[in-house]
Design a protein around this ligand. Structure first.
Ligand code: IMP
Length: 194
């Protein structure tokens, strides 16, 4: 029988990505699948903290081995902001991508150093041990939004080696080189060998 492992997310796209790769070894289930609809508070001050908070919440409340993830955009000229606050950079409950992008471009007005990177951290709790996997993609912040694909800061993030933003390049490129794809790849390599 395959081992059950919870991915502390409701995001179907993220689930599919991992499920497909580790399907021979693990049955990956979501928070929805285990009936967890709690609003897990992302109260950490780092991406690592938040990924760990999500994984530990599930382990402690439901007893399942689990992994959680957190991602963010870290901009050099802003000393790593918005970072862990990426989703709620412009305030409110967050996830207002248009407002977040607008604030970012405002903060970057006149900045000559436009270097930035996306980072994803995954924390896995398995057999009483904790493991961490991370992924990163480097690039620059454009001066105006370009492209319609993707979400979040994709319209203003141009990955190194490309002359288009993530929102112009689309999923095919993103699923190869994104921070999330790179962290997930490391997690899956680890799980496949288990
Ligand atoms: P999450 O941890 O994957 O939910 O990401 C937190 C926030 O970081 C999102 O709400 C976005 O604002 C930003 N973010 C993370 N990954 C991406 C990405 O691939 N493209 C654009 N924005 C992202």
């Amino acid at each position: 029988m395959k081992r059950k492992l919870v991915f502390a997310t409701h995001n179907a796209h993220k689930l599919d990505e991992v499920r497909d790769i580790v399907k021979d070894n693990f049955e990956i289930v979501s928070l929805t699948d285990i009936g967890c609809f709690d609003d897990i508070e992302e109260s950490g001050s780092t991406l690592e903290d938040n990924a760990r908070i999500k994984a530990r919440f599930v382990k402690e409340k439901y007893g399942y081995d689990c992994f959680g993830d957190d991602s963010g955009l870290e901009v050099d000229a802003l000393n790593g902001a918005p970072g862990v606050y990426s989703a709620r950079y412009a305030g409110g409950n967050g996830h207002d991508s248009e407002a977040n992008v607008k604030k970012l471009l405002h903060e970057m007005e006149g900045a000559s150093d436009r270097k930035a990177h996306f980072r994803t951290v995954i924390v896995l709790l398995l057999d009483g041990k904790e493991y961490q996997f991370d992924g990163r993609v480097d690039g620059t912040i454009t001066s105006t939004p370009q492209g319609n694909d993707g979400f979040g800061y994709d319209p203003v993030f141009q990955p190194d080696g490309f002359d288009k933003t993530f929102a112009q390049l689309g999923m095919e490129v993103k699923s190869e080189i994104s921070h999330r794809a790179r962290a997930v790849k490391k997690l899956c390599e680890f799980l496949k060998g288990f």
